[in-house]
Design a protein around this ligand. Sequence first.
Ligand code: GLY
Ligand code: MN
Ligand code: MN
Length: 518
Amino acid sequence: MTSPMPLPSRRLRSLLFRPLRTLPRRPGRVPTGGRRAGFAGLFALLVLVGPGQGVAQVSAAEHAERRTALAADLGDGLLLALGSAAPPQDYIPFHQNSLFRYLTGFTEPDAALVMVVEGAEHHAFLFVNPRDPGRETWEGIRMGPERSLDVTGIPGRSVAELPGVVDSLLARHAELRVVGPYQPAASVQNDVTQRVLQLTHNHPDVSVRTVNARVNELRAIKSAAELELIRRSVALTVEAHREVAAHLAPGRNEFEIQAVLEGTFRRYGAERPAFASIVGSGPNATILHYNANDRFMEDGDMVVVDIGASYGGYAADVTRSYPVNGQFSPEQRAIYQLVRDAQAAAEAMAGPGVSMGAMNAEASRVLAEGLAALGLMEAADATFETAAGTRAPQLQLYYMHGLGHGIGLDVHDPAPNPLAPGAVISIEPGLYVRPNLLTEVVADTPANRAMIEAIRPAFQRFVGIGVRIEDDYVVTVGGVEWISPAPREIHEIEEALARPRAGTDRNSEWVEWYRRMR
Ligand code: GLY
Ligand code: MN
Ligand code: MN
């Protein structure tokens, strides 16, 4: 047994409660519109991100406010927040889990935050990897406990001390509140779960419970600094869509488009895509989270491009669906307009006090009426028999995902329900006419046969078309603000695609070789 954790000394208290410095601004470039963005793109970017400043960061003071709010919410007790472990190989990028990042802003591996709440006070300690010139040769300079105090405002200790400190604190607390992806019941236990189990091993009587839900309530409403980072991330993603439109052409591969858009992210300082970029053409447009991105696009295809930068840790999530040859066919136009009408209907009612469920019901009504008019459903309220023998709306054959979600540190971030000012959400209806719909998806049962025959002619007209339109919004006092103004209406998309296409600087010999190898 190690000695109990001492209460913070006067020196530490004074450090804890001194005015907190803000984090230094990270050097970085802001979007300037790009060589090919054109005047409209440049203007939109300048309006969205403002003229050239460095990448803003959420300040140490704001992280401290978050911890104070959580402490006030939870009351007396012991809290342990765990950062993510270093990847097994140091050549894999490290990514901090969002719960830990939200409370600390600390983005090095293996860290832990211990908070003791006592009455009106709380004491926070950050446990971090100590300086180690040997490891730093491979991984880069660590902050160590000393510098971590400077940048986070939390007194730092070596992570080697964590087990002893937790052990002594658990001797005095009946409950441990955990923040992080702690999932002891999961069949494969993640790094955070393993660490909690190790740290609590000697204290079987201590009850361990996550308080992630409380942290997520705080995360659901974004601060001014968070909103700025999200706006920039979204502006970058809009810029990437302009580049996509400038490069789409039959004969090009999905991965060439991925390269262009992810290159745009990096050129403007985004650290990574917030999720696997989706460039799904032809039949791939009907696969919701397709990300193989290795098909050569053909004349007549639609391509769904669902992408988002991560900038300063904050995600964007913007989808556009393009006709690869630059012009919508009548069938593509009909499906596209229907999805756009559904999005507009949801967008028009979005605002404080409105639930995503109510918005989805309205979007679904628009989609169902339109699909019935096109002959893809027997009627707007028609149902079919599922494989489980239950009945479900025929709309689910074409629209099988949610209408949207919160956006923040995670691309699927917490959002208040009903919505409230300061939330950031996506609205993303879609329709997908899967080629195997009538042969594999719908069970060939007597109950379904009449429907299959009724919708077959329309299905054959629209088969293979996939359209999703996704935009990002800040919820305001009076409604929502649209923050992802990439070309969206049919005429705007056709205009964007009518501009001269840029070359992809590809090596055509290599492309021919790639085609032959497939
Ligand atoms: N890009 C994932 C989603 O739209 O939710
Ligand atoms: Mn989304
Ligand atoms: Mn998306």
